[in-house]
Design a protein around this ligand. Structure first.
Ligand SMILES: Nc1ncnc2c1ncn2[C@@H]1O[C@H](COP(=O)(O)OP(=O)(O)OP(=O)(O)O)[C@@H](O)[C@H]1O
Length: 470
């Protein structure tokens, strides 16, 4: 007979089982030992010859192998006491040609301490793995769609329509707009509406990563690339975004040297990890964003012209909030709804006066600033209506502006007729106004202000805290 080169000769099997440090026993349906390896016999103070053919219960204390041959049910990781030791044993029924012919038993851990040490090592690793899996899934999916981009302002709508139209294109998109105007929201919406939505959206904030780390963050590194490099190397954001979208936020803050490296990757569609030799092909769409004036930076030699043209294939200009104030009530309404859910505070409203005041502000921090102002107000609010007293001082004292805002938005703004704030709100408003007035007249001296108001220091400080007066 010709020996099959790819088959282990039968004779080898026994030796393989003896080499194995695990203890192994095989029984027939009657529970008689057909096989037991040397390592197990040594522990049991017997020999293979003596053990074979005997009932498993006689040879192995507390054995349940004969039960498994009857039930046909595996018993995995069960605790088994032998010679005063707590072992972890597995018992499997043995089927040959669909017939139950016996059982195989192994002892995985010779004592519970080994098991504990093992699980203590493995458990945190599994948990860590799970945590990063979830984090990656969470971070690489888009959370917003075009529906979440609120506003009817003409310029805003045309930016939104352009972004929607090109969502499925392969071309690079450059999102321009002041801080807090919603550039990241646009990037999410484009990702969600594109065919790349099944692949990751990976965000890199080019301004917040130290210059010396940016290259390895973007392109990854190989093991040993530098001191402290992780074993096995690390994938960069471009590799992580493969077949998806990379969102290069604050791209105007990228150092010139990195701009050259980025340009090469954008042109060649391949990269080399830091300290690596081989090139890696990448298929990634780029969405870049900045609040800076890139054209001016190009003129000054602060931003590479060739990279600018590569990124600026489709330019989406997002207007600042002060230039689309007509959208403010609607945006505020949506933000309040979010806060209602977040803080479990239903039916939050803005008073007319507050809305008028919000319209007068120039919003340098745009929608993010508005979001912060409303969140702060909800935190110090006792009732449901946000009054002037719940706004930060810099918003309470605005002069001039539009006094006759009539825009009503889905019940958010109360009309003169139905504006009946709760007594609590009225008292709070009056208290706050009195405190602000007292502080003004004492040039911010809190002790004197408390005296003027004829209340105790502690009560004065409590109220300042409650109304957000610094
Ligand atoms: N049109 C919009 N409708 C509703 N909420 C918006 C809109 N635009 C922005 N927001 C909200 O405003 C906040 C700021 O938006 P985002 O982070 O996208 O701004 P950004 O322009 O990327 O800011 P930065 O340049 O500072 O990173 C977010 O919490 C977002 O949910």
């Amino acid at each position: 007979m010709v020996a099959n080169k790819n088959r282990i000769p039968d004779k080898w099997f026994e030796e393989i089982l003896n080499v194995a440090t695990e203890w192994i026993v095989v029984v027939n349906v009657q529970g008689e030992i057909l096989y037991i390896n040397k390592a197990y016999c040594e522990f049991l103070h017997t020999t293979v010859e003596q053990a074979i053919g005997r009932s498993v219960q006689e040879v192995i204390e507390n054995s349940r192998m004969h039960i498994v041959t009857q039930t046909g049910q595996a018993e995995v990781a069960s605790i088994h006491f032998i010679k005063g030791n707590e072992m972890i044993a597995n018992r499997y029924p043995l089927y040959v040609d669909n017939e139950l012919v016996g059982a195989v038993g192994t002892v995985m851990f010779r004592n519970a301490k080994d098991w504990l040490a093992y699980s203590e090592k493995i458990q945190p690793l599994l948990e860590e793995l799970n945590y990063y899996k979830k984090k990656l899934e969470h971070e690489s999916e888009s959370k917003y769609s075009f529906q979440d981009l609120i506003g009817d302002n003409e310029r805003f709508l045309s930016a939104k329509q352009l972004a929607e139209r090109v969502a499925n294109s392969k071309s690079a998109v450059l999102l321009l707009g002041e801080s807090g105007t919603g550039k990241e929201l646009f990037a999410h919406a484009i990702h969600q509406a594109s065919s790349r939505c099944f692949f990751p959206l990976v965000r890199v904030n080019c301004a917040s990563i130290p210059q010396q780390l940016l290259e390895s963050e973007l392109f990854g590194y190989e093991e040993g690339a530098f001191t402290g490099a992780r074993r096995g190397g690390k994938k960069g954001k471009f590799e992580l975004a493969h077949r998806g979208i990379i969102f290069l936020d604050e791209v105007g803050d990228m150092p010139l040297q990195m701009q050259s490296k980025l340009l090469r990757v954008v042109q060649e569609k391949e990269l080399e990890r830091v300290g690596g030799q081989k090139t890696i092909d990448i298929d990634v769409r780029i969405i870049a964003a900045t609040h800076r004036n890139l054209e001016e930076m190009v003129e000054k030699g602060e931003f590479r012209e060739d990279l600018y043209y590569r990124l600026n294939v489709i330019k989406v200009d997002i207007p600042p909030l002060r230039e689309r104030k007509e959208d403010l009530p609607e945006i505020a309404y949506v933000l309040l709804k979010k806060l209602e859910r977040h803080f479990h505070r239903p039916n939050l409203k803005l008073s007319n006066e507050v809305l008028q005041q919000l319209q007068k502000h120039s919003w340098p921090g745009n929608i993010r600033e508005l979001e912060n102002v409303l969140e702060r107000a909800v935190n110090i609010l006792d009732g449901q209506t946000i009054l002037l007293s719940h706004l930060p001082l810099y918003l309470q004292d605005l002069e001039g502006g539009n006094q006759d805002i009539k825009k009503e938005s889905k019940g958010l703004v109360m009309t003169e007729k139905d504006e009946v704030p709760s007594l609590k709100d009225v008292v709070a408003q009056a208290e706050k106004e009195a405190i602000v007035k007292a502080l003004k007249s004492t040039n911010g001296n809190k002790q004197q202000a408390a005296k003027l108001l004829e209340i105790g220091k502690t009560s004065f400080y409590d109220k300042c805290k409650r109304y957000g007066i610094d």
